[in-house]
Design a protein around this ligand. Structure first.
Ligand code: MD6
Ligand code: FE
Length: 219
């Protein structure tokens, strides 16, 4: 009998739509390093409340690292150099995170990915993300690398129009979703987080999205 090397073995890349690749379990193999790197960011930039475009409080809390960060208060949202709340520059992106994001995007077929932001979202039980697309980045085709840690969620994947039909799938600890090109402006969301206990994250889900906020993707 052959034993799996890891609790969650990385699965072969799965193309879920044009330009969108799911790498199941790829961040679970070194999740201790992922956790340590995120904790290092959170020590400098703790999770804080965020607001939707219409000024309503969101159920997720956010942190950032990188040259830019995504921030939202009651009046405005978008990418800034520093945290509008404290005036401090966003903490720099740990080398481990940047290197992993580059390797994972490469595995999905995107060479030359140079993230200048990692937005970190924290979901507690009941937290959700309504249907949206990410349009604040300058390059509307550059990939985004999305890493899920902790409790599983139901991810909703729609089309280029808000009214397009959606399908949903589970994202689990260590799953990585890379999407750009023709899928970059697809509407998507996250259903309310179900209660549970994860060995590393307890009752939380963290989602890391590596983005090119200001740079133009040329590879
Ligand atoms: C989440 N993710 O997984 C929410 N956006 O919690 C996103 O909204 C997202 O995963 C753009 C690109 C990838 C994503
Ligand atoms: Fe999004």
């Amino acid at each position: 009998m052959t034993l799996p090397l890891f609790d969650t073995e990385p699965q072969p890349p799965q193309t879920i739509a044009d330009g969108a690749v799911l790498l199941r379990g790829w961040a679970a193999v070194n999740d201790g390093e992922w956790m340590a790197a995120v904790q290092q960011v959170l020590a400098q930039q703790p999770f804080q409340a965020a607001y939707t475009a219409s000024g309503l409080p969101m159920s997720v809390r956010t942190s950032n690292c990188g040259e830019w960060g995504w921030a939202a208060n009651r009046n405005a949202y978008g990418y800034t150099r520093s945290d509008p709340l404290t005036g401090k520059l966003w903490p720099s992106m740990p080398q481990f995170l940047k290197q992993q994001a580059k390797v994972l995007s490469g595995l999905a077929g995107y060479l030359g990915f140079e993230p200048d932001v990692c937005l970190i979202n924290c979901y507690e039980v009941g937290a959700k993300m309504g249907l949206h697309h990410d349009a604040d980045e300058r390059d509307k085709f550059a990939p985004i690398v999305s890493v899920s840690l902790g409790l599983p969620c139901t991810f909703v994947w729609g089309g280029l129009q808000r009214s397009d039909p959606v399908r949903s799938f589970r994202l689990e600890h260590g799953d990585v979703l890379v999407w750009g090109g023709a899928s970059r402006m697809v509407f998507h969301g996250v259903r309310p987080l179900q209660a549970g206990q994860h060995p590393l994250l307890g009752a939380q889900r963290w989602n890391l999205t590596f983005r090119m906020a200001r740079a133009i993707y040329t590879a």
